[in-house]
Design a protein. Structure first.
Length: 171
């Protein structure tokens, strides 16, 4: 394993050849960079989403070349505030080219799910997202171990069948 921080982490999206898949398993993330926009949402204030533009640009850069970026968010129902906020931000990601799906936790049944968030890159490497105790994103722990990669491919394939596309989920 090696720790990818800052630009090295975001380089996984500049160097992937075919796909990047993200599994999110937490109901809330307390990332300091999102605290102000999240508070605006809670206060009912208008957000210009300027803070989110670097990610949207990265998604557009990927998808414009035919590469896929996909995400499943496992969520508890009823939704917590963070999930409700994520539902309002998701259309921006989708417009940039990301395929976002939602999977209510109660639909998992016997699905064997990892407890860690991860990015699966080109089905050849896994980057587990790493957060400090206060919720600050500190990078990704990357591995190409075939056992771990294959396990994450299996998790993705199993959950993708259960996950609900954003447009269907919000209606």
């Amino acid at each position: 394993m090696r720790l990818l921080q800052e630009d090295a982490f975001f380089d996984i999206f500049r160097t992937n050849r075919h796909s990047a898949f993200h599994l999110e398993v937490e109901d809330s993330y307390h990332t300091p960079s999102e605290s102000e926009p999240f508070q605006k949402f809670l206060d009912g204030e208008v957000d210009d989403f300027h803070w989110h533009q670097p990610w949207l640009d990265l998604v557009q850069e990927n998808t414009a070349t035919g590469r896929r970026i996909e995400r499943i968010r496992i969520v508890t129902v009823p939704h917590v505030d963070y999930t409700r906020w994520g539902l309002t931000v998701a259309p921006l990601n989708i417009a940039a080219g990301e395929d976002i799906r939602w999977l209510p936790r109660h639909l998992l049944n016997d699905a064997d799910v990892t407890t860690d968030d991860f990015w699966l890159i080109d089905d050849q490497r896994v980057v587990f997202t790493v957060f400090t105790p206060d919720g600050t994103f500190s990078g990704g722990a990357e591995t190409t171990d075939p056992l771990i990669v294959n396990r994450c491919v299996q998790v993705r394939d199993q959950l993708w069948k259960l996950a609900i596309p954003h447009a269907d989920y919000v209606h």
